[in-house]
Structures are given as C-alpha cells and as structure tokens.
Design a protein around this ligand. Structure first.
Ligand code: URP
Ligand code: ZN
Ligand code: ZN
Ligand code: ZN
Length: 518
C-alpha cells in the first residue's frame, strides 16, 4: 500500500490522551477504497506512523487486537444539520449529541451546513456556526455554506470564505420558495462564481414553484396528513430540478453535487448526465437507501411524520434497492445522512397541516451499519466500495484526501475496527440521538464498530462509547480539489475552442440602423 504525503493536523499533544498517544492495532485486515492488506498499524500523536508487519514498538503503547476484524477509515458524513434553526424550531441533535452519535456508529468526521437567512451576511452566519460547533464537537468537522440570496456582497463573501475560512463548497436550494430558494438566473451566476473560486456547487434539487402550488392544491383537497408531503412533491419534481441543475452547471462547466438523491428518476438523471461527460456527483442518504415512502401512509400519524423530510422518501418500495445498485456501480458516488432530527413534540407543529411538519430525519449514527447491511451483506458491493462510498469519495470531493478517507502513513488516525459479522438491532430506545424516534426502528444490521478512533483517541472502546465534548477540530478545505477539478481542464479548453466567431467576408444585404414598427 503506497504511503501518502504527511499532513500536520495542528492538534496539540495535550488534547490527545496520555498513554494512548500511542496505539498499535494488530492482526486486522486493512480495507481502503483501492484494496486490502493484512497489516498492523502504529499510531502516534493522532497520526498513522507506520503500516506493515514486524513493526518495532516504542514503550508505553496500547495494543488493540483486531484479529478477524476489518480496519477501515472512519466514516465521513458530508451532509448533516446539527442544531439547525429550521421551520420555526431547531433540530435537537446539537454538535455534541450529533457527533457523539456519529462516533457511536463509526463516523469520525462530519460536514455540516451553514444556512444564512435571506439578507444575512454569509460570513456572520459562518462565524455563528463556528461558535456553536467548535466547543461541542467530539470529532473533526467542516462546514459548507448555503447561498440563500444573491448580490455583489454575497459574491465577495463567497470569495473571502474560500480564501480565508477553509470553505470550498456552497449549497443552493431550488426549493423552500420565498425562504431559501434562489432563482435560475441566480443559480447560473452562482455556479459561474463557484467555478471561478474552485469550489463545488451543491444543490437541493426540487422545483420550489411547483411544490408551492401543489401543496395548496393537496391541502385544499382535504389532505392534511404526512402523505400530503409526498403527494405535493412527487419524484418528477425532484428529477426535473436535478436535470435543470445539471444543465445550468454544465453551461459554465461548474462541478455539481446533488445532495440527498431520493428517487429512481433523479438518480437516473445523474447517471445519464455523467455518461454525457458532466462532472456531477450524486449523494443518496441512509434514509433513501434503507426505507421508503410507504411510511407516509402509515395509520399512525407519529410514525408517518417521523419520516417527513425533503425531498420525501418515495412510495415505490423498490427505490432503496435501486439506489443501492446505482451506488454499487458508481452511477451514484457517495453517501450521507442529511441528519436533521426533530422530536415528536416538534413534528406535532404540523399535526393539522403537513406543510408545517419540520422536515428532517435521523441517520448519523446508523449510516455505516445500514449501508453495510443493505450494500455489503446483501452482496451488492465489496468492502472496498463500502469504504469509498462512506468515506474516501467524500474526502476526495471535498479536498480532505489523504488527510482523511484513507488508512495510510501520514493520514489522520481516524480508524474503525469493524466487526462485519456482529449484528445489532436499531432502536430509538438505545440510540444516542436526542430524538424519540428512529426511521430504521427494528432493523437488524450486520456490521458493528468494536473500536472507533478519532485522531488517535479511542472513542469507542470494545463497544463502549467514550466521546469527549470539544475534542474535535474544524478542518479547513482548500479550493480546486484535484478529484473534481482535474477533469474540468479539458472541458474548459473544449468550451473555449467552441467559442470562436465565424469570420465572414462581410454582410452583403441592406444595412438597417434602426428597426421601426408600424
Ligand atoms: O428535510 C430535510 N432534508 N431537512 C433538512 C434541510 C434540507 O433540505 O436539507
Ligand atoms: Zn436539502
Ligand atoms: Zn406508531
Ligand atoms: Zn440537508
């Protein structure tokens, strides 16, 4: 296995734990996205120092026996909403509870979204999110920033965020009309600007205008329950916006990332656009890969409302399996959760009107197990593909690689000792989220983390959770991620080459200086 470039994490020694400053993981099978290797791992000061057999060990070292287990890069969840102020309330998993739940399930880094209100300074919002997160996170984290309005000031703030604050991804909403949505001509300019800055553009792809009209119509027809949520935003409303985003982004060769892909038809759009050569990435989430929209028709309002998120889960029960097939064959590229949890008490805000049910579900703790179960255990993908879709590809797209997303010399020691045979049954009674329901309730999954190591610190120890508030750090990300931008150079050349005016000998008709209408 090749050793990768050493990167200094900047984490002070006092933040690592005493004797566990040094760790030795022996006897496991290392699984990376590009292959596997039976080898031991030496960790010092939060960094992987050596990989191999017959490593000479320094004194004062703790040994973890990983015999018969897999050693995988810690999961990276590139889509969470912790303590998000949203729809008149706030998601209940804060940066402490959310990252603790993440670690419990084998995820060692998250990327959350700063979502400024319209007219709010992007920079101020970014600072607000840092203020919330820095002191609470148990694992490393980074931030995307949403562009919810458009002006010359916003344009300048985006540039500053990229240059000075370690942001290389911006998300735009094509839904939530009048609240977060931007219009097509704005999207075009934002994509153009992202491209110039070397950032990646992300979209929540649903047609907000259609949803606004449909919601009124569905509600007027007497449908007030959670099924109205899906009926007002069916899958072609997602597919149309996905297609439109791809078309807009490709006009300016801007790399595009479609968050929370929920339907077969939206996934098909992404697969087809990739075939055409567009640089677009599709992110199904744990929810869309493991459960479906039939839940909205459940007799129990509480159960149905717990599944409300946007875009919605799809009533076609073959959707999760279909999305997993596309993920396995790289028509979709990586997974996230969109973790945005609300309690039943909060969901009840919409008990008489589905439009008022706070949108969002859990996933952060269960993503790794759920994808192992539905992807690897069901025989659709191998362990290396699992690592790619839960960690490595996110690290590459968001320019964290090889600091994150790989087990290699010089990389951060974000490592999971994974027992592929052990099982656990998911339940709100035992999960670490702050919410009182779990959309995967009762699902038994193979694949359980025995140890979770964040920057060299053992945070799950033989299944025992030992997360520490404030241990995580903000991770800056540079623009022009090679994984995203390298392939664009050629496309830019081609586009430039096609922008040559035809040299004509001259216009030989009658010259008209001004048209007149009679
Ligand atoms: O329903 C969802 N997805 N809630 C979180 C906000 C968003 O749209 O991602
Ligand atoms: Zn969204
Ligand atoms: Zn129930
Ligand atoms: Zn989201």
């Amino acid at each position: 296995m090749a050793s990768r470039q050493h990167i200094n994490t900047g984490r002070s020694q006092s933040q690592s734990q005493g004797s566990e400053n040094r760790l030795f993981i022996k006897g496991g099978k290392i699984v990376n996205a590009d292959g596997t290797e039976d080898a031991d791992i030496l960790i010092e000061e939060g960094i992987i120092k050596e990989i191999g057999k017959n490593i000479t060990l320094p004194g004062g070292i703790r040994t973890i026996d990983a015999g018969g287990k897999l050693i995988i890069p810690g999961g990276i969840d590139p889509h969470t909403h912790l303590q998000l102020p949203f729809m008149g309330t706030k998601s209940v998993d804060d940066f402490y509870i959310g990252t603790k739940a993440a670690i419990a399930g084998g995820t060692t880094m998250i990327i959350d979204f700063v979502i400024p209100e319209k007219r709010e300074s992007l920079h101020d919002a970014y600072k607000k999110w840092r203020g919330w997160a820095d002191k609470k996170v148990c694992c490393d984290y980074s931030l995307h920033v949403a562009v919810t309005w458009w002006s010359p000031e916003v344009k300048e703030e985006m540039e500053n965020l990229v240059r000075c604050q370690g942001v290389n991804s911006f998300k735009m909403f094509m839904a939530y009309k009048d609240v977060l949505m931007v219009k097509d001509h704005e999207l075009y300019e934002i994509f153009e600007h992202c491209k110039k800055l070397g950032a990646i553009a992300q979209v929540h792809a649903e047609n907000g205008d259609i949803i606004a009209e449909n919601s009124k119509r569905v509600f007027s027809a007497g449908i007030t329950g959670p099924e109205g949520h899906e009926l007002s935003r069916p899958e072609d409303v997602e597919a149309e916006a996905t297609h439109r985003a791809c078309v807009l982004a490709s006009q300016v060769n801007c790399p595009l990332y479609v968050v929370h892909v929920m339907s077969k038809s939206a996934a098909n759009v992404i697969a087809a656009k990739r075939q055409e050569g567009c640089v677009v990435f599709g992110e199904p989430i744990a929810a869309s890969l493991a459960t479906d929209g039939t839940n909205y028709w459940n007799q129990c309002w509480r159960h149905a409302a717990a599944h409300v998120l946007s875009p919605p889960l799809r009533p076609d029960p073959t959707t999760p399996g279909y999305l997993m097939d596309l993920l396995a064959q790289d028509d979709l590229q990586l997974t996230a959760t969109d973790n945005c949890t609300f309690t039943h008490e909060q969901k009840k805000m919409g008990c008489r009107d589905f439009r008022k049910i706070p949108n969002g579900v859990n996933g952060l703790e269960d993503r790794m197990s759920v994808i192992w179960e539905k992807g690897v255990h069901e025989g659709k993908m191998d362990a290396s593909r699992f690592v790619a879709v839960t960690s490595t590809t996110a690290a590459k797209i968001f320019n964290l690689y090889p600091k994150k997303g790989v087990i290699a010399v010089g990389s951060d020691a974000d490592i999971v000792v994974w027992d592929p045979e052990k099982t656990r049954t998911i339940s709100a009674k035992t999960h670490h989220h702050a919410t009182d329901s779990n959309i995967f309730e009762g699902m038994t999954c193979h694949g359980v983390p025995d140890y979770v190591i964040c920057n060299g610190r053992v945070c799950v120890d033989q299944g025992q959770l030992k997360a520490v508030q404030g241990f995580g750090k903000f991770v800056s990300r540079k623009p022009f991620a090679p994984f995203v931008y390298d392939s664009l150079k050629e496309k830019d050349e081609k586009k430039k080459a096609s922008m040559i005016p035809v040299q004509r000998s001259g216009f030989d008709g009658e010259m008209v200086s001004k048209t007149t209408t009679s």
